[in-house]
Design a binder for this molecule. Sequence first.
Ligand code: HMG
Ligand code: MG
Length: 300
Amino acid sequence: MDNFVRIVEVGARDGLQNESVVLDMQDKITLIENLIKTGLKDIEVGSCVSPKWVPQMAGSTEIYEKISKPDGINFSLLTPNLRGYEAARAVGCQEVAIFTGASETFTQKNINCSIAESLERFEDIMSRAKSDGVRVRGYVSCMVDCPYEGAIDPSAVAEVTGRLLDMGCYEVSLGETIGTATPDRVEAVWDACLERFDAGQLAGHFHNTYGMAIANVYASLKMSIRTFDSSIAGLGGCPYAKGASGNVSTEDLHYLLTHMGYDTGIDEEALMQAGKAIMERLGRPTRSNAAIAYWKKREA
Ligand code: HMG
Ligand code: MG
């Protein structure tokens, strides 16, 4: 297992939350069923947030209920507060993600509270999750830059990450929310975090606005990070980070990892088919270079 790299598929959540086409429930279920066929072991299904804030995520708990849930796959829902946690639990969800940021302004715009207030809210979720035996993943947005405040001090990122780990998150995913960072700056954040935490407690979540996401994954791999979030076909962005584009595509991430000799447990053909199906439904071309090259080669 030394060369295994875990991919957390966030396309159905981070991807779809920022697409202008709002898919109906059956389309979202089809997307997730196609992702299940790929061998992915971690799939974010949606979020239990206010439908007034993020209309694209309405119906996430119904989707969670309706998808097939084969053993061995973690299906998670994003929960900003106890109300979201309770909604996730009402449909039997066994893993939730809590999310805050290393920037005060971003956190305020994203979840309408300060970083400190968000951590207080999470204490309630954590104590319930502990007694329910639910796994909790943490997210820290703005690991390098904030769309409102500019550069963020790596020590601020490490500080919030530490708080989430201390309260019981099994892992914290650091979000390069607006996709502006170059690898040198990402390395500085890992340096600050790896002084305090094990690489196994951390994950990289890179948006691809400037095409730097795959370079940032490579830099992170070299620093022993072995879990990365990605979106099928590079879907998405964050509704509260204007101009931010989608995550690194799962197809590009898979290409990088397998060609570097890492094991992902993913079936390439099934992955490519999943990306093709969702882009046909959205009616626009994929953002994955690996997928473009794959289909060109297949059609040649
Ligand atoms: P608020 O307005 O401060 O909270 O929102 P409130 O308690 O005053 O409630 C306001 C309304 O929301 C009320 O409804 C509540 O009932 C309802 P109204 O009376 O107006 O009809 N409400 C809820 N509805 C459904 N589910 C809930 C819930 N809670 C309250 N759980 C809140 C606070 C957090 C709810 C709001 O700010 C919100 O929903 N924000 C959405 C944030 C979001 O989803 N952002 C995108 C995901 S994060 C991301 O993309 C970054 C990441 O990818 C990493 C990276 O890239 O950096 C993870
Ligand atoms: Mg994101």
